[in-house]
Design a binder for this molecule. Structure first.
Ligand code: UT7
Length: 349
């Protein structure tokens, strides 16, 4: 059975840099607060009309495909992870297939938020191992700036997120011990609503006792997204930040150690850990808990913010471009986020 390897990696971030100072024009916040709590100095925001989650993905994909020494026409499957798709449906996978003039290949969309890319990589890995596909394009891309609450009400979330895209091409390898060694996926839906965007959705607030919706006939057709929901800011993401933080600092180390144990390896063997860029404080906590050195952990949240499904492939691409990942290195990708879902992938480069 062949293993799969990352044959090419690419990233794209919009040119528009939005600093913490820029955010102060919209909400009551400060550079000091944001840097102290999250480590973020600036993030990128997509052009309002000319850039979408898909267009950014296409730019990242072009680079990944070229580096994999293949062509868009040779890609035989697309897996696209995002929480900010161009359309509620169809997903972004088919939009990439169209934009890149690919063959009529399968296109799968993944909805696992911050761990979306690692989940997508795991799915791609299985298809390569079974021999079903030989050139899979795996993408994580987000245009958060289009759907954040830029008033003080939404500041705990809005200051964190940024836009961008990352992509890899996965191919089979016969090099023994190289490529993806294992992937590990987890979920716990008990806290699904503490980091969530509730609408548009079909839940009718059944889980919020004080907000049970009583739709009358006049509202038929507006139950997915009504004026009342917008007035109540239910079209923006919600997050109980401290609860997410507490769970993240437990599950991140757990899933990293799980991947090492599965392969008979230890934290000292990691050449580079690329954690999902949720919050620099979380990454530092994980680093400390696992007793990793600064050289063993790659962070770039300072410049891009939290780009959710795009954060791992963007960080992977940047680290690779800087020469921080060399042939034979042990690389660990790990993510935690909404769902909750968390995941890791251990790779021998
Ligand atoms: O990638 C998806 C997964 N998400 C995460 O991993 C996020 C995990 N959570 C976090 O990163 C942190 O909880 C945050 C960075 C979101 C928030 O930091 P915190 O230290 O947990 O702050 P907090 O939510 O407990 O709020 C502390 C105070 C509050 O004021 P009071 O009630 O103490 O007066 C907030 O209203 O900070 C206030 N606050 C802000 N102040 C200035 C919240 N957001 C802001 C802001 N600027 N942007």
């Amino acid at each position: 059975m062949p293993a799969s390897k990352i044959a090419g990696v690419g990233m794209y971030v919009p040119a528009n840099v939005f600093t913490n100072e820029d955010l102060k024009k919209y909400m009551d916040t400060s550079d000091e607060w944001i840097q102290e709590r999250t480590g973020i100095k600036e993030r990128r925001y997509a052009h309002r009309t000319e850039e979408t989650t898909t267009t950014m993905a296409v730019e990242a994909a072009k680079i990944a495909i070229e580096r994999a020494r293949t062509t868009a026409q040779d890609i035989d499957f697309i897996i696209f992870a995002t929480l900010s798709p161009d359309y509620y449906f169809p997903g972004c996978g088919v939009l990439v297939q169209r934009a890149m003039k690919m063959k009529e290949i399968g296109a799968l969309d993944i909805r696992n938020q911050c761990s979306g890319f690692v989940y997508a990589l795991s799915v791609a890995d299985q298809f390569i191992k079974t021999g079903m596909y030989k050139n899979i394009l795996v993408i994580g891309s987000e245009k958060h700036s289009f759907g954040l609450d830029f008033t003080t009400r939404g500041r705990n979330i809005s200051v964190i997120f940024g836009d961008g895209a990352g992509a890899v091409v996965l191919q089979p390898t016969t090099d023994i011990g190289k490529g993806i060694l294992s992937t590990h996926l987890h979920s716990d839906g008990n806290s699904a609503e503490i980091l969530a965007m509730y609408n548009p959705g079909t839940h009718a607030n059944y889980w919020m006792e004080d907000k049970v919706a009583n739709f009358d006939d006049a509202e038929m057709g507006q139950m997915f997204m009504s004026h009342a929901m917008i007035d109540d800011a239910q079209n923006f993401p919600n997050m109980d930040g401290p609860s997410v933080f507490k769970k993240a600092v437990v599950k991140f180390p757990e899933v990293i150690v799980e991947s090492l144990t599965a392969n008979g390896l230890a934290t000292k063997d990691i050449n580079l850990l690329i954690p999902h860029q949720a919050n620099l404080r979380i990454a530092q906590f994980v680093q400390q808990k696992l007793q990793l050195t600064d050289e063993q952990v790659y962070n770039n949240i300072q410049h891009y913010g939290n780009t959710t499904a795009a954060s791992v492939p963007i960080a992977l691409c940047e680290a690779w471009e800087k020469g921080k990942i060399k042939e034979g290195d042990l690389v660990c990708l790990a993510a935690f986020g909404s769902g909750f879902t968390w995941a890791s992938a251990l790779l021998r480069w």
